[in-house]
Each structure stands twice: as structure tokens, then as C-alpha cells.
Design a protein around this ligand. Structure first.
Ligand SMILES: *Cc1c(COP(=O)(O)O)cnc(C)c1O
Length: 497
């Protein structure tokens, strides 16, 4: 079995999974993939009897073959030992005749915790053999930044520097980041929008002079972006774990296929479901669920990915994305590893803003993936209906997937909606969907009103925010972000320390 990782765009320069995790992206701009680990099916039998940590140990051990069993076990214990507020970590609960896979029980109440509690542990382990310090640089539209801060805070040998667009994240998201504890974290607001911040972060990663100066201090930059294998791999676990929970509940019999409905932005979450299927899990269809930024739905329908379209601001902002980076990995696998094809499609995307995938590759993709879309208004209706009919409160992202599910006739297979954020991260939107007047309510007043109205409870870390001191208030211009990274690195890793 070839257990090495290489770029989606070339077979040259194979690396270990540890090297792939430290690097984030391959030198040629491709994403790291491994042919061997997905080609050799995982023995699933031992998974069914275990619990989340034991399943995580098996799946991670299989997908990251150069980590020792002890290393994986340590990472799993630190990532999931006591950081999630549900003993099942990612519990499956009923919603009507269907199921909700709750990925929202981590420290920041968004599904990104599942991966971002693990990535720092994997990076910490990988860099143990490397000796250098890692500075994580991250642009965020809200959820990723906080999840990265929470994951990397006080992890040995790692620092984290987060940029968010000033005034363009929710009250709750802003406070989550500005109050972050830890001696190795830095948070800056940037004048501009998310794309400005993200564009400058990409430039910072490509800045040779900066890299050389930091290398002189024993520091290198890396990313916590969802293209990192260390973020993708932990997400495979909960698909298998969900199946185990459905077996335990008697909702499926061994071997029955299950359909998953996944609120999608960067295509990381739903791609993890494809990995689970490749490992042998009986996955029926994977539903790629989009908001008004429905570039993936159009792609699945036409075979052409075209980013030249207006960007829509929606009530599910973490899915407001025009370039779904992780799709590149699916193109690689669906074309049976045709690096040349992937490289040329990605060149088309960079040069023309669009690419067209050959029909046989689209057939392979469509044999597993379906697209579905939901407008903001449809999502508001879904939030209200699901609350009134089923007593389940959904956030606006999860509502996208639930809307897609509700529009379809059941096919006799169990259906699972991935719940990706707590409704309390977006309390004003959820209240409005329930028909409440939210004019003049700030984030905390909206949380209180939502709790009073529904009799549900906000996650403790969110309600505790109002008592926490704001640590970070600095606003920088886009062209000052590089200097901010250098200052943060200097503060986290003082020379000679
Ligand atoms: C990031 C995010 C998504 C999209 O996940 P991808 O892996 O980028 O497709 C969906 N919902 C929420 C709440 C998110 O934070």
C-alpha cells in the first residue's frame, strides 16, 4: 500500500501525512491526497462496538499511517477528552422521521470544532520531529477564526493569528474572538471585507522575504484552512460514528445505505462523507446543499464550474463561498487520479474563472453526489416549521440542508442532516424566522429572548461571553497585515526563547 501523500496536480514529491499537515498546501498549489489509504478499505467491524474516541483512533490511524498508535491516541484524548459538552461528542438525534447529526457541541458551537480541536494536536505532533515553531495565519468570515483560536490556544510550539473583516461578523462572533484567552493568540480586525483579508493572507503565505525573516527566528507560517488534510481527516470520523449510532438505535440494519444532507461551503464537510464511503461505509447519496451562492448546484447540473457570478450575502454566511477549494480533491478521485486533468482544470479556474469537467468524470461524481439549494426565505420557513412541528431548533446553515431534504420524497433510506452550528450563534436570524421582532436587539438580548421563547438553553461558552474581558481591539489596514503577523510571531516566540 502506498501510504504517502502527494499533490492533486502531480505525483512528484511524495510526503508523509505529517509533512502534508505541516505544509497545508502542496508547493504547486494542489491539495494533498493519498492513493493508498483510500484504496485499502478499513475493517469497519471493530468500529461498531466502540465509542467516538475509539472510532477516531481507528480512522485517523488508517488515514495518517505515519502517526504511531500512541501519537494518535494522545491527539484524540486531547482533542475530544473533555472539550465537547456531550458524551457522544457528535450525537445523532431524531428530527421528525429523519435524523440530525449534531456537530455543534464543541467549544465554539460550530462544526469546525471537530476538525480544529484535532488539527493543532496533529500539527503539534508533526512538528515534534521538525523543531521549528508554527505560526498559523487565518482569515475568517466568523466561525473558522474562533474555532482555530480555541484549538490552537496554548498548544506548545504553535501560535495563531486571526484576521476578520471589521464590522462584518455577528456580535457573538466578534466577542468570541476578541475575548479569546491564551498566551499564543492574536486577533485583528481588518478594514475591508472577507475577500480582502483572505487575499492578503494568501499574499503573506507567498511572501518570500517574510518567510526568510521568520525562518531566521525558527518560525514558519502555516494555515488552518479546510484544505489541510489535518482538517479533512477528523471529519471522516463522524460519518462512521453516525452510522454506528443509527445501528445502536435500530434505525438501520448493518449494510443499509444512509443518505447525508450537508450544508456546504468549501466542500470539506461533504468530501469527508465521500472518504467515509471510499472506506466502505454504506453511504447512499451525498446531498451538497447550497444557499443562494449555488455554484456547486450548477456544477453538478451542468459539469461546468463557473465562479464568474454575483456574490450573495445570506443568513448562512459560512456558506457564502464562490470557490469551493476541496472540490479539487473530488476531481482527483473521480478522474481516477488524473493529475494532469486536475492541473489543467485548476489553471482554467485561475485564468478564466471557470472549467468544464469531462463527461465520464461527471458521471462518476453524479453517481454519489446530488445538489440542492435553498433561499433565505425557504430557510426561515424551515426553521419555523421544524420548531413548531418537531420541537427542534435549527440554525440558518443547518436549515439549508433541512430545506433540501424536506423538498424530496423519502426513498426508504435513513436520512441524516448535518447540523453545523448552534442556533445561538445566530440568535437574531433564528428569532426573526420564528416570527419575532428583533429590531434593536443586540446579540445577548437576542440569545435571552430565544431562550425564553423556546425553553432551550444557550451553550455555556456563548452565554459566558458577556462577562469576559475584551482583549483584542486593534483594527489594521489590509497592507499592515503582514507586519501584524510578524509582530504576533515576535510576541509568541521571543527571540532566543
Ligand atoms: C464552514 C461552515 C459550513 C461549510 O462547511 P464546508 O466544509 O466549508 O463545506 C457550514 N456551516 C457552518 C456553520 C460552517 O461554519
Amino acid at each position: 500500500m502506498d501510504s504517502f501523500y502527494h499533490s492533486t496536480r502531480s505525483l512528484l514529491e511524495p510526503v508523509t501525512s505529517k509533512q502534508a499537515i505541516l505544509a497545508g498546501i502542496a508547493p504547486d498549489g494542489g491539495l494533498y491526497v493519498s492513493d493508498g489509504v483510500l484504496a485499502s478499505p478499513l475493517d469497519l467491524e471493530p468500529l461498531w462496538a466502540g465509542d467516538y474516541p475509539s472510532r477516531a483512533r481507528r480512522v485517523l490511524g488508517h488515514l495518517l499511517p505515519d502517526f504511531t498508535e500512541q501519537e494518535v491516541a494522545g491527539c484524540v484524548r486531547r482533542a475530544y477528552g473533555d472539550t465537547f459538552d456531550d458524551p457522544a461528542v457528535t450525537p445523532v438525534t431524531p428530527v421528525g422521521d429523519d435524523w440530525l447529526l449534531e456537530l455543534v457541541h464543541g467549544p465554539t458551537s460550530a462544526f469546525k470544532d471537530v476538525a480544529l480541536q484535532m488539527l493543532p494536536q496533529l500539527m503539534g505532533q508533526a512538528r515534534a520531529g521538525d523543531g521549528r515553531d508554527v505560526m498559523i495565519v487565518c482569515a475568517t468570515s466568523g466561525d473558522t477564526g474562533k474555532a482555530a483560536l480555541a484549538g490552537f490556544a496554548d498548544v506548545e510550539g504553535c501560535g495563531v493569528c486571526v484576521f476578520y473583516p471589521d464590522g462584518k461578523v455577528s456580535d457573538v462572533q466578534h466577542l468570541q474572538m476578541a475575548t479569546q484567552a491564551g498566551g499564543n493568540v492574536a486577533v485583528y480586525a481588518v478594514r475591508g471585507n472577507f475577500d480582502d483579508a483572505q487575499g492578503e493572507v494568501k499574499r503573506i503565505f507567498a511572501d518570500r522575504d517574510l518567510a526568510v525573516r521568520l525562518a531566521g527566528e525558527g518560525v514558519f507560517l502555516s494555515s488552518a484552512n479546510s484544505i489541510n488534510v489535518g482538517r479533512l481527516v477528523p471529519q471522516v470520523v463522524y460519518y462512521l460514528d453516525a452510522y454506528a449510532q443509527l445501528l445502536e438505535r435500530g434505525a438501520v440494519a448493518m449494510g443499509d445505505e444512509v443518505d447525508f444532507y450537508v450544508p456546504t461551503g468549501n466542500f470539506g464537510d461533504v468530501l469527508a462523507g465521500y472518504y467515509a464511503k471510499r472506506l466502505g461505509l454504506p453511504v447512499g447519496r451525498l446531498h451538497v446543499c447550497s444557499n443562494a451562492n449555488d455554484v456547486l448546484c450548477d456544477f453538478l447540473a451542468t459539469g461546468t464550474y463557473d465562479r464568474r457570478r454575483p456574490f450573495h450575502k445570506t443568513i448562512s454566511p459560512s456558506m457564502d463561498i464562490l470557490v469551493s477549494s476541496n472540490l479539487e480533491r473530488l476531481l482527483y478521485f473521480a478522474s481516477d487520479g488524473d493529475c494532469e486533468l486536475v492541473a489543467s482544470l485548476m489553471a482554467d479556474l485561475a485564468e478564466k474563472g471557470a472549467y468544464t469537467v469531462p463527461a465520464p468524470v461527471m458521471d462518476a461524481i453524479r453517481s454519489t453526489f446530488s445538489g440542492g439549494r435553498a433561499t433565505d426565505d425557504e430557510c426561515r420557513g424551515t426553521i419555523r416549521r421544524t420548531w413548531e412541528r418537531d420541537g427542534v431548533l435549527l440554525d440558518p446553515h443547518t436549515a439549508v440542508a433541512k430545506t433540501v431534504l424536506d423538498a424530496q420524497e423519502p426513498q426508504g433510506r435513513a436520512r441524516v442532516v448535518l447540523a453545523t452550528a448552534s442556533p445561538y450563534k445566530f440568535p437574531a436570524e433564528v428569532l426573526a424566522a420564528l416570527g419575532e421582532d428583533v429590531a434593536g436587539l443586540d446579540g445577548f438580548a437576542a440569545m435571552d429572548r430565544l431562550a425564553a421563547l423556546t425553553g432551550t438553553e444557550p451553550p455555556a461558552p456563548l452565554s459566558a461571553l458577556r462577562d469576559r474581558a475584551v482583549r483584542f481591539t486593534e483594527v489594521v489596514d489590509r497592507d499592515a497585515m503582514g507586519a501584524a503577523v510578524e509582530r504576533a510571531a515576535g510576541a509568541v516566540f521571543p527571540a532566543g526563547a
